[in-house]
Design a protein around this ligand. Structure first.
Ligand SMILES: NC(=O)c1ccc[n+]([C@@H]2O[C@H](COP(=O)([O-])OP(=O)(O)OC[C@H]3O[C@@H](n4cnc5c(N)ncnc54)[C@H](OP(=O)(O)O)[C@@H]3O)[C@@H](O)[C@H]2O)c1
Length: 261
């Protein structure tokens, strides 16, 4: 009903995302779901993609977004997803994950392939498919959710750190290749974020996942990263936040985490 939306009330300022469309991949849980909700609250028209369509549809209904099934490892799924979207001003490449904690000596090549397919190739597939629409936007944002694992290496992390280093390189390359065009390339590199599924998928048990965060006072949560993403894409468009590394206060470096007993 006209007049009920505060963004249209006389004298009020428009919301920062008004008139812009944001696509968020991996939005069925964690950081992606929080980012979709935050961008919707900032006035963006939001399109969410992931494999679990039931979860996506329930999120979409609650935030006023559009849900489309998406498997970033499947070229046909990525093609159908892109074909269903007319306009994109912001693409948040968030779908990803870690699938083991094995030393290289015991590397599980299937797990390495999986990590590469979703984090690196999946991100390339989506970016390539939606780049024409981003270019057509005239003021677009290409956001990559990498990780502090894209900046450093750690024991038992190579299948994930190698993949996230790949995402970092992808972002850096695109920033060079798109120079002079109205497409910002923004990399968000979170440290320890407590989400329901990330450590569970990596370590395979709730106990092992809980141990990651044990004694850590206030790990980051998905809303903290959503806040960072929303901030970067709502700056004036000549301001490009190239890379934002964000950790909880308790994590000074990958190996240096303050824990309370
Ligand atoms: N949590 C952390 O500590 C942390 C730190 C740094 C970076 N990150 C990165 O942040 C991103 C989100 O992590 P999170 O903690 O929110 O983990 P999460 O809850 O496990 O979320 C991962 C999301 O990716 C989606 N996804 C996985 N495979 C997919 C595929 N083939 N096609 C489409 N979507 C797919 C999942 O949805 P479906 O299963 O429904 O497809 C899910 O929505 C990831 O890229 C992760 O590497 C996380």
């Amino acid at each position: 009903m006209p007049g009920t939306d505060p963004s249209h009330s006389p004298g009020s300022r428009p919301l920062p995302g008004q008139g812009r469309t944001a696509v968020v991949t991996g939005a069925s849980s964690g950081i992606g779901a929080a980012t979709a909700a935050r961008l919707a609250a900032e006035g963006f028209d939001v399109v969410v993609g992931a494999r679990r369509i039931d979860r996506l549809e329930s999120l979409a209904a609650s935030i006023g977004a559009r849900a489309l099934t998406l498997d970033v490892t499947d070229p046909a799924s990525v093609g159908a997803f892109a074909d269903a979207i007319d306009r994109v001003d912001v693409l948040v490449n968030n779908a990803g994950g870690a699938f083991d904690a094995l030393p290289v000596a015991d590397a599980d090549l299937d797990s390495w392939s999986r990590a590469y397919d979703v984090n690196v190739l999946g991100t390339v597939r989506l970016t390539k498919a939606l780049l024409p629409a981003l270019r057509a936007s005239g003021a677009a944002d290409l956001v990559f959710v990498s990780s502090t694992a894209a900046m450093v290496s750690y024991e038992g992390g190579a299948s994930y750190t190698a993949a996230k280093h790949g995402v970092h390189t992808l972002a850096e390359t695109l920033r060079l290749e798109l120079n002079g065009e109205p497409v910002r390339v923004i990399e968000i590199a979170p440290g320890m974020v407590r989400t329901d599924e990330f450590s569970l998928n990596r370590l395979g048990s709730a106990d092992a996942a809980d141990a990651v965060y044990r004694g850590v006072r206030e790990p980051l949560v998905a809303d903290d990263i959503a806040d960072c993403i929303a901030w970067t894409v709502t700056r004036p468009h000549h301001v490009n936040i190239d890379l934002m590394v964000v950790r909880p206060l308790a994590q000074a470096a990958q190996h240096k985490v303050a824990r309370e007993s």
